[in-house]
Design a protein around this ligand. Structure first.
Ligand SMILES: [Zn+2]
Length: 173
């Protein structure tokens, strides 16, 4: 397992659409293991493949609390097939947009179809934090970031800040 570099705003790859996984094989499982290691190292509770620069429809999630045993889950080709009308609100952040947090409303419950790391299909209903994390991560596969739900003014301020930081880092190399 290797810890990969996490892609940060304003890298344009974050706005790209990820491609479906065609075969669940050892190469894909190795990629998932790297993503899990990278997520724990960050630390974060979810990571999409695009966040390490790989445009494939693959996510890893672990919402276990610090004192609980780790329980990483792999979602391949995840798709939201139903969402509730009822909304819930969580303060969201993103490993690709460090130190930015804001309250986002999303459907409180979702039903998600996906393949697990053995390629076995599932259809599962989620609520609470897991529903929010899965919607946040599936958005990544479609080039959508949580800041896209904020006002244009707020989003513009965040993007400008990260663009400026990236420019300064390039100049300092
Ligand atoms: Zn994110």
């Amino acid at each position: 397992m290797a810890i990969r570099k996490i892609v940060k705003l304003p890298d344009p790859i974050l706005k790209k659409i990820s491609q479906p996984v065609e075969r669940v094989d050892d190469e894909l499982r190795d990629l998932a293991d790297d993503m899990i290691a990278t997520m724990y190292d960050a630390p974060g509770i979810g990571l999409a493949a695009v966040q390490i620069g790989v445009l494939r429809r693959l996510l890893v999630v672990d919402i276990a609390k610090e004192e609980e045993p780790r329980s990483p889950q792999v979602f391949i080709n995840p798709e939201i097939i139903w969402s509730s009308e009822e909304l819930s609100e969580y303060e969201e952040g993103c490993l690709s947009i460090p130190e930015v947090f804001d309250n986002i409303q999303r459907p409180a419950e979702v039903r998600v179809s996906y393949l697990d790391r053995d390629g076995k299909p599932h259809e599962t209903r989620y609520d609470g934090l897991m529903a929010t994390v899965l919607q946040h991560e599936i958005d990544h596969l479609n080039g959508i970031l949580f800041i896209d739900y904020l006002s244009r003014l707020k989003r513009g301020t965040i993007v400008r800040k990260f663009t400026k930081q990236a420019r300064q880092q390039r100049e300092n190399v």
